[in-house]
Design a binder for this molecule. Structure first.
Ligand code: C2E
Ligand code: CA
Ligand code: CA
Ligand code: CA
Length: 275
């Protein structure tokens, strides 16, 4: 058994070392990019399924790596979270996006993703207040998107932070609903304004054994608890029609627009015509 153990570790070590090294390089590059301004915030519009008006935009972080080109947030956010760099990065996104949104028409809201690490840092509320004050954006126009990951362990602490944020006047959306640890009981215990229905349910909507009954259930519970629903990743006209028929409030997705730089989104917000 001893020999086998040694053989196993010899087999895995080089691969693990390479992985650790790659992460360390990416971490160094991340720190550098934070100093150099290597990031940009893109915005994706969110539309009412009732009248097709643009109700808001979600801020999505982009990293232009000097050698590797555009790196997806899915690839660097986990590292930023492990290293704590997400706190600085998240604060930058919040400040930048609030400043941008303050130039939009008043009815257009801004949604900003908040990492569980930021949520638990103890300084989120203060950072939100600071970003709002610096930009002049009304609190009621800011929506924070959190995931279920922040709710699973310390219920009471999470609840206290959510109430703190609501006291500021910002809205809270539950992101990626239906993935991971999702539990319907969260919807009862926590004060959300909005549920974002994950793209996997939207993709699956039109198939025979599809997810329409799940989406219907979520929409019903949301309506019952006075929350709105946003469907993520809407790519086809058929999906849009099904979601509208199911009573979903809003949609986001490539069908209307992918995330784009601020300069490309701004004109859309004033020229887009609703039904
Ligand atoms: P998310 O919050 O669920 O954001 C939605 C993702 O779906 C975005 O990917 C968006 O570009 C993509 N998307 C939108 N419409 C469609 C569509 O019709 N089809 C498809 N296939 N995809 C669509 P993105 O921008 O790569 O972001 C990935 C994830 O990274 C986000 O998922 C979010 O969890 C995280 N993220 C992005 N920006 C931030 C940030 O500023 N802070 C934090 N903490 N996380 C962020
Ligand atoms: Ca989101
Ligand atoms: Ca999402
Ligand atoms: Ca997602």
């Amino acid at each position: 058994a001893k020999a086998a153990g040694r053989r196993t570790s010899r087999f895995f070590e080089p691969a693990m070392e390479a992985e650790v090294r790659a992460r360390r390089v990416l971490e160094t590059d991340l720190r550098q990019a934070i100093t150099d301004g290597g990031f940009e915030v893109y915005y994706q519009p969110c539309l009412s399924l009732q009248d097709n008006s643009i109700t808001g935009c979600e801020a999505l972080l982009r990293w232009r790596h000097p050698q590797r080109g555009m790196i997806s947030p899915a690839d660097f956010i986990p590292i930023a979270e492990e290293t704590g760099l997400i706190n600085q990065l998240g604060e930058w996104v919040l400040t930048t996006a609030c400043r941008e949104a303050a130039t939009w028409p008043d009815h257009v809201k801004l949604a900003v993703n908040v990492s569980p690490v930021q949520f638990k840092s103890g300084t989120l509320a203060l950072k939100v207040i600071t970003a709002l004050a610096a930009s002049g954006l009304a609190a009621s126009r800011l929506e924070l998107e959190i995931t279920e990951a922040v709710l699973i362990r310390d219920d009471d602490a999470a609840l206290a932070i959510l109430h703190q944020l609501r006291d500021i006047g910002v809205r809270i959306a539950l992101d990626d609903f239906g993935t991971g640890y999702s539990s319907l009981s969260y919807l009862q215990r926590f004060p959300f304004d909005k549920i974002k229905i994950d793209r996997c349910f939207v993709t699956d909507l039109a198939s025979p054994e599809g997810s329409s009954s799940i989406v219907q259930a979520v929409v019903n519970i949301a309506a019952d608890r006075r929350m709105t629903t946003t469907a993520e990743g809407v790519e086809t006209e058929q999906q849009r029609e099904l979601l509208r028929a199911l009573g979903c409030s809003e949609m986001q997705g490539y069908l209307f627009s992918p995330p784009k730089p601020a300069a490309d989104i701004r004109p859309l917000l004033t020229t887009h015509r609703q039904d």
